[in-house]
Design a protein. Structure first.
Length: 243
């Protein structure tokens, strides 16, 4: 049976709700945090720096990633320098390209030379991983976030890409491969089994962790009871005509 306390992979919480962040930060199995502008907007964040400041008051000893949002490479660099100055536990998320398809690996190399820890995000191909691997500073921590869930959304099994990425980067010990766009609890098992370093999991999926190892027959009965309860609450009726 899968035991969360005995896994090798580091589980990060992915979201931007401060109350949830505080709750998950108290859990020993949560080893770090990630967020992005879309999650921040969804959570109603109005001020980027104010949100980050509040989050950093909660998360003091675990890594947390904040993403740049400029669409210009120069703007990304300026934002990265500013964001990284907010705390020693920060990784700056840099997308693999901007919206025009301009690659950012030169920027990542420049930031790494300044000892800024980067989390390169929105990666979906092994070629993109190779680009970052080749310029990665072997002395500076770096995360490569591969969107396994989005790969799976195209009908492709992401496991092979993840395995190849892990194998490619193993000679640079400061690189960690992160399984991103997690869709279900099973992904934690999958990522752990292939030797992935990190998986980042949305808050709503983390809330399902108590289902790990649950008896399936018991779960089946609970499911039937749930359907029955909802039908009664909705007061559904079907008139049966007698013949």
């Amino acid at each position: 049976m899968f035991n969360l306390s005995k896994i090798n992979i580091k589980v990060f919480a992915d979201g931007a709700d401060l109350k949830s962040i505080e709750t998950f930060n108290a859990q020993p199995y949560i080893k770090g945090f990630t967020t992005n502008p879309s999650l921040m907007r969804k959570s109603g964040v109005k001020s980027y720096k104010e949100f980050a400041t509040k989050a950093l008051k909660i998360i003091k000893d675990k890594p947390i990633s904040f993403e740049v949002f400029s669409d210009e490479i120069d703007g990304m660099e300026k934002q990265a320098n500013e964001i990284s100055s907010w705390g020693k536990n920060i990784y700056v998320k840099i997308p693999i390209t901007n919206s025009k398809g301009e690659k950012t690996f030169k920027l990542v190399r420049k930031l790494s030379e300044k000892a800024i820890k980067c989390n390169i995000t929105a990666i979906l191909t092994l070629d993109q991983v190779k680009e970052i691997y080749e310029i990665a500073n072997p002395n500076i921590d770096m995360v490569i976030s591969i969107f396994a869930g989005r790969i799976a959304d195209t009908g492709v099994d992401p496991n092979q890409v993840m395995k190849d990425a892990i194998n490619l980067c193993k000679s640079k010990k400061k690189i960690e491969i992160l399984w991103a766009s997690t869709r279900e609890i099973l992904n934690i098992v999958q990522a752990n089994n292939i030797g992935c370093h990190i998986i980042t999991v949305p808050h709503q999926i983390l809330n399902k962790l108590n289902g790990i190892g649950k008896d399936l027959e018991k779960l089946s009965l609970e499911t039937v009871k749930g359907f029955l309860s909802d039908s009664r609450k909705a007061n559904y009726k079907i008139d049966i005509n007698s013949k």
